[in-house]
Design a protein around this ligand. Structure first.
Ligand code: PLP
Length: 326
């Protein structure tokens, strides 16, 4: 790990805001996994902000109505200031997305979406957006490069919060963008340097270490998630459970609505009550406890991020709180 901020003149890097060998290790691993060149940023939000900065002033951006709160908040603010024109769509409604892409500069996709876990037909909408002259970015945080490779599906950019599954241990805030377009890569790298949206050496080092076990963690957490989704769907206390078929996130509603959901998430023993997701430990929360979450998300919806624990331990925990509150 290279911590130095002052580097020798005449080398490839003269000042640590321009580059760092440890960032490059992380970038080369992620780039290889997704079939492009990666750039690390200080957070997932800093990565998306750098990309939004490249959208021409006043241009149209198409984005999902349900997506990561910090992404939509940025776009809404830019829209309010006249920097972009935001068109919100239901990302799983392909004809609606295709129509909204006419005249757009950027299509932002999140799939599966947070927290509703809707799936977009990435290949079809990316092709339509490209034909309409729009650049295409996919937030690939929930899927990871092991389950979805946006560049192969026709996207220009794959964006990550590496804070989640990539680093994987709930101790890092880090973001990244992957692209196969050298000009876009250079423009994003310049934004990173100019704005100072740079990662820490420690964070990229921890992410590289975390990614050594990504495949093992993902396989285990995904197997747990499939099993928990099956059992939740069968539970008489659960109204429905939603799982997109891959990944580690489940969304479900319990009988008893918001009150029951809130109590449940606060009373669990093994599952941590937290917003954070993608770590080795299971976490959950009632999403509408956040005032910024749209009203179209049900009051009682619980988002469960499944970890790598013994699935029977997690299930006992869920059963105990379900029985106690519903
Ligand atoms: C957490 C998250 C982000 C933001 O990433 P940070 O690293 O927390 O800034 C973006 N998109 C999704 C889907 C996320 O879960």
């Amino acid at each position: 790990m290279t911590m130095a901020s002052a580097l020798v003149p005449g080398g490839s890097t003269e000042y640590a805001r321009q580059g760092n060998p440890t960032w490059e290790s992380f970038e080369s691993v992620l780039g290889a996994l997704e079939g492009g060149r990666a750039l690390a940023f200080s957070s997932g939000v800093a990565a998306s902000a750098a990309l939004f900065d490249l959208v021409p002033i006043g241009a149209v951006v198409v984005a999902p109505r349900h997506a990561y709160y910090g992404t939509i908040a940025q776009l809404v603010e830019r829209d309010r200031r006249g920097q972009v024109q935001l068109r919100l769509v239901d990302i799983d409604n392909t004809p609606q997305v295709v129509e909204a892409c006419q005249g757009a500069a950027l299509l932002w996709i999140e799939s599966p979406t947070n927290p509703a876990l809707q799936l977009a037909d990435i290949e079809t909408i990316a092709r339509a957006a490209t034909q309409a002259g729009a650049a295409v970015a996919v937030d690939n945080t929930f899927a990871t490069p092991l389950r979805q490779k946006p560049l192969e599906l026709g996207a220009d950019f794959s964006v990550h919060s590496a804070s989640k599954l990539l680093a994987g241990h709930s101790d890092v805030i880090l973001g990244a963008i992957v692209t196969a377009d050298d000009r876009a890569h250079a423009a994003l790298e310049k934004r990173r340097t100019v704005l100072g949206a740079i990662p820490g050496a420690m964070e990229t080092w921890l992410a590289v270490r975390g990614m050594r076990t990504l495949h093992v963690r993902l396989d285990r957490a995904e197997a747990n998630a499939k099993e928990l989704h099956r059992r939740l769907s069968d539970s008489r206390h659960v109204v429905y459970s939603r799982y997109p078929g891959f990944g580690t996130i489940i969304a479900f509603e319990v009988a008893g609505g918001a009150v029951a959901a809130q109590k449940m998430t606060e009373q669990s023993d093994i599952i941590t009550y937290a917003t954070s997701l993608g770590g080795v430990e299971s976490t959950w929360e009632r999403r509408r406890r956040h005032p910024g979450e749209p009203e179209s998300v049900p009051e009682g919806l619980i988002r469960l991020s499944v970890g790598i624990e013994d699935v029977e331990d997690v299930w006992i925990d869920i059963q105990n709180v379900l029985a106690a509150v519903t």
